[in-house]
Ligand binder design. Structure first.
Ligand code: DON
Length: 321
C-alpha cells in the first residue's frame, strides 16, 4: 500500500460501496424540510427550497454526484477560505496575519467588531474576508484581480464549471450597508494596507461571494484542499501545503458561524458554509465533499447539509479525533 501511495497509483478501495452509503444518507436528508431560505440578499431569497445536491471527489480522483449536483449556486462565504488560501500562498502568512487574526470571534459573521489588536478576528467572517480581499492580487486593476482569482479557482476545480452571478452581485451590493459599515469601521482603525481603495475592495469581496460553482466543481475544489493544495485531477500544485494547513485549521475552528464549536465537537472536520446553503467539507488526505441546499437553520447553515455531515460521521469514523 505504501509503495502504491509513493508511486501515486493508490486507489481508495470500496468507493462503490461507499457511494451507495452516501446515496442512502443523501435520500434521508432530502426528507428534511426544516429551515428557511436566506432573505438577506434579494436574489438568494428566490432560491428553490427543494434543491438538494451533493458531490464527492477523492484524492485519487474518484467521483460521485447526487441530486442537483450539476446545478450552479453562489459560493457566498465558501469563497472565504479559498481567498484566504490564495492570499496565504501568494503573500505568505506573516503578511496576511498582519491584517487578520486566527481566533473564533464568538459573535455573528457580519459583526462590526475587531479583536484587541484592532484586526478582524479571523478570515472566515466578513471583516476578515474583506481584509483578505484587500491583499489578493494587490497592485493590479480590479478586472485583472477578478480574472486572477477566477483562474486560480479554475485550477482548483480542474477547469470544471465555475461562473459568476451578476444579478446576485448587483442585488447584494445594493443591500450591503452592513459590509460598507464594516469596511469604513475597519478603515478608521487602520485595518488595510495604505492606499487601499475601499469601494473597490468591497466590490471585489462581493464579486467573489457571487462566484458560482456546482456541487461537482466545488467537490474538486474541496478535494484540492484535502490533497494538500494539489488538484487531484490534474496534479496542479495550486496552493502551498502551509496555506492549506492553516486554511483547514481555521475552517475547523471558525467555518460554520456560531455553530463552529459544536460542529468541531460533533463532526471533527474542517468545513465552510455560505448563506446560499452551500457547505464545503474536507476530509484531509481522503476526499472533498460539496453540499448544497438553500434552507438554512437558525445559525445560517444548510439544514440538509448539516444533517448529511452528522450522518456521515456517525456512519464512518471520519472525526479527526
Ligand atoms: O457578505 C455577506 O454577508 C454575504 N455575501 C456572505 C455571507 C455568508 O455567506 C456567510 N459569511 N460568513
Amino acid at each position: 500500500l505504501l509503495l502504491q501511495v509513493l508511486r501515486k497509483d493508490f486507489v481508495l478501495p470500496d468507493f462503490q460501496e461507499f457511494t451507495g452509503e452516501l446515496a442512502a444518507i443523501f435520500e434521508r436528508c432530502r426528507a428534511n424540510t426544516e429551515g428557511r431560505v436566506a432573505n438577506c440578499i434579494p436574489q438568494l431569497a428566490r432560491a428553490d427550497p427543494t434543491r438538494w445536491g451533493a458531490a464527492v471527489c477523492t484524492v485519487d480522483g474518484q467521483r460521485a454526484g447526487f441530486g442537483d449536483h450539476q446545478v450552479p449556486f453562489c459560493l457566498q462565504s465558501v469563497s472565504k477560505p479559498l481567498n484566504y488560501a490564495l492570499a496565504m500562498t501568494e503573500a505568505g502568512s506573516d503578511r496576511v496575519h498582519q491584517f487578520v487574526g486566527y481566533e473564533p470571534s464568538g459573535i455573528s459573521f457580519n459583526s462590526i467588531a475587531l479583536n484587541s489588536e484592532n484586526k478582524p478576528h479571523n478570515p472566515m467572517i466578513n471583516s476578515g474576508a474583506i481584509a483578505v480581499c484587500s491583499l489578493l492580487a494587490r497592485g493590479q486593476r480590479l478586472a485583472d484581480r477578478f480574472d486572477y482569482v477566477l483562474r486560480q479557482y479554475l485550477r482548483m476545480s480542474a477547469g470544471e464549471r465555475l461562473g459568476f452571478s451578476n444579478s446576485t452581485f448587483l442585488s447584494e451590493r445594493e443591500s450591503s450597508d452592513r459590509n460598507y459599515a464594516i469596511g469604513y469601521y475597519m478603515r478608521e482603525n487602520g485595518c488595510f494596507p495604505p492606499d487601499t481603495d475601499l469601494r473597490e475592495t468591497l466590490d471585489f469581496y462581493l464579486q467573489l461571494c457571487a462566484l458560482e460553482a456546482t456541487c461537482d466543481s466545488a467537490a474538486v475544489i474541496a478535494a484540492t484542499l484535502a490533497n494538500g493544495g494539489v488538484c487531484p485531477l490534474t496534479g496542479d500544485p495550486v496552493l502551498s501545503a502551509e496555506a492549506v494547513r492553516d486554511t483547514l485549521s481555521l475552517m475547523h475552528s471558525c467555518g460554520l458561524y456560531d455553530y463552529s464549536g459544536q460542529f468541531a465537537f460533533k463532526c471533527g472536520l474542517p468545513a465552510k458554509s455560505g448563506v446560499s446553503g452551500a457547505i464545503l467539507l474536507v476530509i484531509p488526505g481522503l476526499m472533498g465533499i460539496a453540499l448544497w441546499s438553500p434552507p438554512l437553520d437558525r445559525q445560517g447553515n444548510s439544514c440538509r447539509g448539516i444533517q448529511f455531515c452528522r450522518e456521515l460521521v456517525a456512519r464512518f469514523s471520519l472525526h479527526n479525533f
